[in-house]
Design a protein around this ligand. Sequence first.
Ligand code: NAD
Length: 428
Amino acid sequence: MSELDASAAEPVLEWDTHLFRMAQTQFEQALPYADVSEMVAERLRFPERAVIVTVPVRRDDGSIEIFPGYRVQHSTVLGPTKGGMRYDPEVSLGECAALASWMTWKCALLQLPYGGAKGGIRCEPHSLSLRELEGLTRRFTSELIREIGPQTDIPAPDMATNEQTMAWMMDTYSMQSGYAVPEVVTGKPISIGGSVFRREATGAGVVMVAEHASRRLGFELAGRSCVVQGFGNVGGVAASELHERGARVVAVSDVSGGAYDERGLDVPALHAYVAEHGSLAGYDRCERITNEQLLELECDVLVLAAREDQLTSANADRVHASLIVEGANGPTTIEADEILGERGIPIVPDVLANAGGVTVSYFEWVQDLGRLFWDRDEIRYKLADKMSGAFDRVYSISGEKGITLRQAALVAAIREVAAALEARGIYP
Ligand code: NAD
């Protein structure tokens, strides 16, 4: 074959982007330790299905604007796909493909009967009114009506989407079905079949694994200094959970910047301020710092709960934490992972640390399907049990193979999917 033909034979697939390559590199780094067949490895390298839609919305001024929307389903080997919907200017097919594959590993690691999916709309959510957001969400749901469903693909909230977004999705799907279908989404309001403790689940799970990891390092969280980047659903709850455990939350931040107090911040006061003003901007009861400074603070635990690509080769050598916990998806680049590994700073990876959200989403789906609801204590107990089982599995593989917690988490997850794929085989 001529050189020209050879390059033509390997076109770059549309999801082949920076974040997707990062997810693929992590997969390849774990693969040699997972002991799975090449058939399994090759199948799991790529998402099963990717959909692009265009979503028209009538703006408040009467004009029509079209937004691109995406849904990527990575694996249906273990069951229906599951994953968040985000509204963000950076949403792309590649970002969704990376996040969908991480969801596959997360569900498998927690031994939930799901594969991974992710989706969203490329938009600037804060520039849209509530009415416009509702229109956008309802039309997006209609465009995806053949892709989503309680037995096929179950959306949940993610960046800039919330209970209200899920309520609009559930209502749109139900209207087209002719009856209420609460089990089509998770992270809904409790009044329409949502689960108690779902809103808090991701942040609470982050702190549960932070507690296990710090104990393995020989310290308790109480009295220790903690820094939390991101003060939304995940970071806000993680900060509260740390505060309630007696840890000193010395700094938190959102897009508007960071708040810092060496003696420990008044976390309930920060929440009250954000509830009133919409963000941390203008909060003046402590020192203000930038997000860059926050990531470099000396602390015992650094929780990353904002977004991807936060620790990079540019700042990883200036991180002064004893332990890093990834509440966000993909916050540490491959280069930063390597630098932090060489410096001996352990990282509890996203697929383990933020799995509390999808775990309680699974509980929500099970409750909806059975029309039988559990109380908060029962859910918290079941979540703690799941998180602790997954943490122990990861920790023991990491010790046994001498690999990082990230590699160990992926090894555990890949093995779960591989066992199912080997049993099912490749159709036809
Ligand atoms: P969110 O929109 O509720 O909160 C995000 C927070 O991060 C906001 O406070 C925002 O201002 C802040 N932020 C954004 N960019 C920032 C930056 N560059 N520096 C500092 N702060 C910044 O979103 P969320 O649901 O809390 O999700 C956060 C991360 O956690 C995402 O990576 C998401 O995929 C992941 N995650 C969320 C859930 C969930 O249940 N919500 C579950 C698993 C993983």
